[in-house]
Design a protein around this ligand. Structure first.
Ligand code: HEC
Ligand code: HEC
Length: 196
């Protein structure tokens, strides 16, 4: 409740300050080149293990996560310095920039393992992933794009939801992966990372 309230207040603040779609993606691109590209890739596609791609993520998802980082509600040491004290306007411009970049797999995407791919695909329907992430799995609003993401990041982040180490603006994801084994998460991560 406390978490949701804080987030709602922070998001409302951001929306109220910039009513008519005032996001400036060009300004966001300039900031990103200096502050984010080293880790998240200059085209928003991460080439570094453990670091997610941001290209094509819904702007509201990026905004929400940046506010979670800034308020210390999602704790990732590597991100602290880049989110701490960041004004709402900067967050919105950065989000507009990354949302505008064409999504795609990282250059170093490993080859497909057909059996693992099929095992992952078989879990998507029963676990209702498409209900929130859309049938395309490309996400919308505060729900992220999960296809074409780095496999290592997907596997780890789903384990973090399962184990209660990562809790988002709400706990929807924790329920979605509850009870899945590490091999099942590995299969899901492989399937999602191989999808374009
Ligand atoms: C020093 C490396 C580094 C830099 C620089 C950096 N990040 Fe990150 N970022 C990370 C890591 C590592 C994660 C993964 C967090 C995790 O382990 O869950 C992350 C996660 C994120 C996420 C969450 C994405 C998701 O799919 O969950 C967003 C949004 C983000 N960063 C935005 C930014 C922005 C915007 C900047 C520039 C202002 C930036 N980052 C700079 C390392 C970095
Ligand atoms: C009830 C809605 C819902 C369902 C069902 C759901 N998700 Fe999610 N998912 C979300 C939301 C909301 C987030 C962002 C949560 C946050 O703020 O951390 C998320 C985040 C994620 C992330 C983190 C991505 C990133 O870049 O940080 C992954 C991976 C993911 N979901 C995969 C799945 C998979 C695979 C399934 C099916 C097994 C699934 N989700 C089912 C709502 C859902």
């Amino acid at each position: 409740m406390r978490l949701a309230g804080l987030l709602a207040a922070a998001l409302f603040g951001a929306a109220a300050a910039f009513p008519a779609a005032a996001q400036d993606a060009a300004r966001g691109a300039e900031m990103a080149a200096h502050r984010c590209a080293n880790c998240h890739g200059d085209d928003g596609r991460s080439r570094m293990e453990g670091i997610p791609s941001l290209a094509g993520q819904p702007a509201l998802f990026i905004t929400t996560q940046m506010i979670l980082f800034r308020e210390g509600l999602r704790q990732v040491p590597a991100m602290v310095a880049f989110a701490e004290g960041l004004p709402d306007r900067d967050i919105e411009d950065l989000a507009a920039h990354f949302a505008s970049l064409p999504p795609g797999p990282p250059e170093d995407r490993p080859a497909r393992d057909p059996a693992l791919f099929a095992a992952g695909q078989a879990l998507i329907g029963p676990r209702n992933c498409a209900v929130c992430h859309l049938p395309s799995l490309a996400g919308r609003e505060q729900v992220p794009r999960i296809i074409g993401q780095r496999e290592d990041f997907l596997a780890r982040t789903m384990a973090e939801y399962r184990d209660g180490v990562r809790v988002g603006a709400d706990s929807q994801m924790n329920g979605a992966v509850v009870g899945l084994s590490d091999p099942q998460l590995a299969a899901l991560a492989h399937y999602l990372s191989q999808r374009d």
